[in-house]
Write a protein that binds this ligand. Structure first.
Ligand code: SF4
Ligand code: SF4
Length: 347
């Protein structure tokens, strides 16, 4: 149901102007089309595209950059070292156009970066970010987010949700941060006309056929598959390119290294991938995951067992990127079906 007190509309022809304003006041990150559609920092509303199902890269880069300097170090006069922060304090940022699946992935990332260890770099950006989501009414064939209890038309994990209902967007604030932004830019928003609920329900009809798999027992069903042949053929196919992990909104493996520069240096963090052999390579030359079978197996055990054992959630939001862009068509939905049906255990 539309909450009349927290909802407004914006006419479509005013959206670019609103985005222009947001870009003046915030670090605005929104979908931009070049060869593909990706989230980028934009300076004006005219750079933003709304003609996309989902971006190729998820917006995780805005919280957990592909490469970031953690701190710099240099020698001081007493032959010791001094350090200084690596990143300038980021401005408040708005992510516009995030889909509900990617918004849910941040809830999972929070479990990692705000769990036993508090990652101040990630948490600072999270704190300074307002999420403006875009309801998804025309999902791709590869989308299967309802599998994980995600409603593609829901604003559950964003601050504000926009729903395209024809000549206007329904604008719903679901947090205080979202309501504050609506108040601040109130000149762009108008009162509901009364038919918004009906129009949105009509658009939701397109979601009825979405793939929804039963993953309720998948963590238990994974355990006996640690031994066995099921992962052999998948490991044989996998190229170890890491595309699946780089595109995945929930994958968060990283490496940390120091680089020396003149009299000092810097410590940086960059994305890594469990699909790369070096990820577990030790200084001794020993590698506990020495082949692609072991690495593929780890990826799926982490998503469907280890993360669940630790956090009570599965580490997938059904965005479909990994199956859409894997160069050899390794299909996570097929793996889910094999595991949950018992077929995987019989191979
Ligand atoms: S995208 Fe496909 S081929 Fe590449 S590492 Fe992932 S599963 Fe292997
Ligand atoms: S595992 Fe694949 S489908 Fe699941 S969230 Fe990651 S990229 Fe999306």
């Amino acid at each position: 149901m539309v909450d009349q007190t927290k909802s407004r509309i914006i006419e479509k022809n005013r959206l670019t102007e609103l985005l222009d304003k947001l870009a003046q006041d915030y670090h605005l990150i929104a979908p931009v089309r070049d060869n593909n559609v990706s989230f980028r920092r934009v300076e004006s509303g005219s750079e933003v595209t709304l003609d996309y199902i989902n971006t190729v890269l998820s917006p995780k880069n805005a919280f957990f950059p592909q490469t970031e300097t953690l701190f710099r170090f240099s020698r001081d006069d007493s032959r010791g070292f001094r350090t200084e922060p690596g990143a300038e304090a980021d401005r408040e940022q708005v992510i516009f156009g995030i889909r509900p699946c990617d918004a849910r992935s941040l809830r999972l990332m929070d479990m990692v970066f705000n769990g036993q260890y508090k990652d101040s770099y990630y948490l600072d950006r999270r704190e300074k970010t307002t999420l403006i989501g875009l309801a998804c009414f025309d999902p791709a064939e590869t989308c299967f987010c309802p599998t994980f209890g995600i409603d593609p038309a829901s604003g559950e994990d964003v601050d504000i949700l926009l729903s395209d209902i024809g000549d206007r967007y329904l604008v719903e604030a679901s947090t205080e941060k979202g309501a504050a932004l609506l108040d601040r830019f109130a000149e762009f928003f108008a009162e509901l006309r009364g038919d918004e609920e009906q129009l949105r329900e009509a658009r939701k009809a397109g979601l009825a056929g979405m793939k929804k798999l039963d993953v309720s027992a998948i963590a238990d069903k994974m355990a006996p598959l640690y031994e066995g042949d099921y992962w052999d053929s998948i490991g044989m196919k996998c190229l170890g390119c890491g595309i699946c992990t780089y595109l995945c909104p929930t994958c968060h493996c990283f490496d940390i290294a120091d680089v020396s520069l003149d009299e000092g240096g810097e410590r940086f963090r960059c994305w890594d991938s469990c699909m790369f052999p070096e990820f577990t390579l030790m200084a001794s030359g020993e590698n506990p995951r020495p082949n692609r079978k072991a690495r593929v197996q780890q990826r799926f055990f982490h998503k469907f067992k280890y993360f669940h054992d630790r956090n009570g959630e599965l580490a997938c939001v059904g965005c479909g990127r990994c199956l859409r862009y894997c160069p050899v068509n390794i299909d996570i939905t097929q793996i889910i079906e094999d595991v949950t049906s018992g077929k995987a255990g019989n191979e």
